[in-house]
Design a protein around this ligand. Structure first.
Ligand code: OXD
Ligand code: MN
Length: 618
């Protein structure tokens, strides 16, 4: 489809451009077409340099789009405040535009690609008038790495460019690979707020331009992303959820690998043996805390490799290898504190962009949970005065920090290794007040895929034994899988077949189980290393396990509880399996699978039947 503005007849002059000499002809043609459609004043080709970052930061400060924080407390750091209607990912406006509706599946919003592009062209027409269009070439994964992928984002948001600089590898080296003919993903983004109107009249800019109408559209067959109307996070930083998960999951299906919503860590035992774990957790289940865990067990340590996304691919040795395709963390700020995640607090000491945090009177940031007592006065995320007890949060609950992964004190020295790390275990988590034990090991790969496919979090804190309202989030990929979820499960099964005996072991964990009195039974945080220790010892064949209807659980005494104050009763409840409520949950799983029609792999139906048999049903 050619990108032409349906309302324009006469051509206008080309915008000024800083295009470098060498450019792939496909890229040049695309940039020209998008510029003709969106009509920016200027085109800036980003080289990823510190000078570029510096100049852009200065410009955004001058425009009032960034606030410089006090360099004494937060050197090189800035605060941005978004519009109140642009504060989070908008799943209801996220589309998978595959040719066939069934290829998007029942968990995605589907739109027919030609019709969606026609609709979007109407919105993009003239959408960058008066603004600069930045051409942002980037690599997901280390530039030139065997598992890395390239993209180019066109955007009219300087804030997005600065964040892309932190979250991906932006710049000339990526552009050179594109020039050399490497495949790349087209990521088109506009905040949808032109500064010049249809009558040619120029208007003042606002601090956070965006459009009330938003689209985050993905075209998996042509590997394209078109995002319109939002400047926030995953809607706008297109390397992250849109590319590294939605589009990459489709590329991975076609090329035989896996693009996953997983953190990546290295666990080292007292003997110096290293284990690499990838873990899928739904949003808001303590994923960043686990990625940056500070061990409470002497001799055991955790290094960070990634906090959100992992790409997994079989290596020449037959094992599954993993990289973190991102270069930074886009973390949720509220709740992050020296007590809950000291490593994250140490990571964001400076050189950080904060979005929608509150501003202290001395020019630092604050959010709910950072300290037990709130400062006596703040400017809240909307720019209004705030005092404790005012009845609304000072920081937006989805306030974020954007910071380079390299700045994390627990980042592994080799976190950018081109081949990644060999995976020993895959872990699935969720937030379950009931039913799911603290930890269990899958019987085999297919059982692990069943565990991943049935991940859920409870909407309400259910009493022990009861099944609460379950929000299914298979593989923590519900909003991020770029194709039919049932086909994705089949793909996981196929990858496992290819890996055979070299496949990583699989586990399920649940830090959030509650007692009948509503109390969390497990201390969590740094003590989660005790669960990781059992996992590592299972991998070495050193820890004992016993069979349960759900999988293998630690044998009596196998979980290291030394120095921990967990009563025998609480421990029993942490691992209690109530057949009645599990049979009820199996019923819900059957209904859930049914919503995918006949695309659910037979193996998963077999796993469900086997679970019921083990639970004692006829
Ligand atoms: C995220 C998410 O922002 O999972 O990482 O929602
Ligand atoms: Mn995430």
């Amino acid at each position: 489809m050619t990108l032409t503005d349906p309302r324009r007849t006469a051509p206008t002059s080309s915008p000024a451009s800083t295009a470098p000499a060498a450019r792939s002809s496909e890229l040049r043609a695309w940039v020209d077409q998008v510029a003709a459609l969106t009509r920016p004043d200027r085109i800036v080709w980003c080289d990823g340099s510190a000078a570029e970052r510096h100049a852009l930061t200065k410009q955004l400060l001058d425009e009032g789009k960034l606030i410089r924080l006090n360099g004494e407390y937060r050197p090189g750091s800035y605060l941005a405040r978004s519009a109140p209607d642009d504060v989070a990912r908008v799943e209801s406006r996220t589309f998978i535009c595959s040719r066939d509706r069934d290829d998007a599946g029942p968990t995605n919003n589907w739109a027919e690609p030609t019709a969606m592009k026609a609709e979007l062209i109407e919105h993009f027409a003239g959408s960058m008038r008066g603004r600069t269009m930045y051409v942002v070439p980037f690599s997901m994964g280390p530039v030139g790495g065997r598992m890395s992928k390239l993209g180019v984002q066109l955007t009219d948001s300087g804030y997005v460019v600065l964040n892309m600089h932190i979250m991906t590898r932006v710049g000339t080296p990526a552009l050179e690979l594109i020039d050399a003919g490497e495949p790349w993903v087209k990521a088109l983004h506009s905040v949808g707020a032109p500064l010049v109107d249809d009558a040619g009249v120029r208007h003042d800019d606002v601090d956070w331009p965006c459009n009330p109408e938003k689209y985050i559209a993905h075209f998996p067959e042509t590997r394209e992303i078109w995002s319109f109307g939002s400047g926030y996070g995953g809607n706008a930083l297109l390397g992250k959820k849109s590319f590294a998960l939605r589009i990459a999951s489709v590329i991975a299906r076609d090329e035989g690998w896996l693009a996953e919503h997983m953190l990546l860590i290295r666990l080292t035992n007292p003997a110096g043996r290293r284990f690499h774990l990838a873990a899928a957790f739904p949003s808001a289940c303590g994923k960043t805390n686990l990625a940056m865990l500070r061990s409470t067990l002497p001799g055991w340590s955790v290094e960070t490799l990634g906090d959100d996304i992992a790409w997994l691919r079989q290596g020449t040795d037959g094992r599954l290898w993993a990289i973190n395709p991102e270069a930074g963390f886009f973390g949720v700020a509220p709740g992050t504190a020296a007590t809950t995640n000291p490593t994250a607090m140490d990571t964001i000491w400076g050189n950080t962009i904060f979005t929608n945090a509150a501003l202290t009177d001395d020019g630092d940031v604050w959010w709910e949970g950072m300290t037990s007592e709130a400062p006596a006065h703040l400017v809240d995320w909307t720019g209004a005065d705030w005092v404790p007890g005012i009845g609304r949060p000072a920081a937006h609950p989805n306030a974020r920090f954007t910071v380079a992964a390299a700045q994390c004190p627990s980042i592994a020295d080799d976190w950018e290794a081109h081949d990644g790390v060999p995976l020993d275990a895959i872990v699935f988590g969720g937030r379950r007040a009931s039913n799911v034990p603290l930890v269990l090991e899958a019987r085999d790969w297919a059982h692990g895929v069943f565990l991943g496919a049935t991940i859920a979090s409870e909407q309400t804190a259910a009493a022990e034994g009861a099944v609460g309202e379950l929000r299914r989030d298979p593989f923590a990929m519900l909003p991020f899988c770029g194709y039919n979820m049932a086909d994705y499960w089949a793909h996981w099964l196929e990858v496992g077949e290819r890996l055979g005996a070299s496949a990583p072991a699989m586990f399920q964990v649940n830090w959030f189980r509650k007692g009948a009195d509503g109390r969390f039974l497990w201390p969590g945080f740094g003590d989660n290393v005790r669960v990781l220790k059992w996992i590592a010892e299972r991998l070495e064949g050193a820890a004992a396990a016993q069979a349960s209807p759900l999988g293998l659980v630690p044998a009596e005494g196998a979980l290291d509880l030394d120095g921990l104050d967990v009563s025998a009763d609480d421990l029993r409840t942490l691992f209690a399996i109530d057949s009645g409520s599990w049979l009820a949950e199996a019923e819900l799983t059957e209904e859930y699978f049914a919503s995918f029609g006949d695309r659910v792999p037979l193996e998963l139906q077999t796993q469900l039947a086997a679970l019921r048999t083990r639970l004692g049903s006829r």
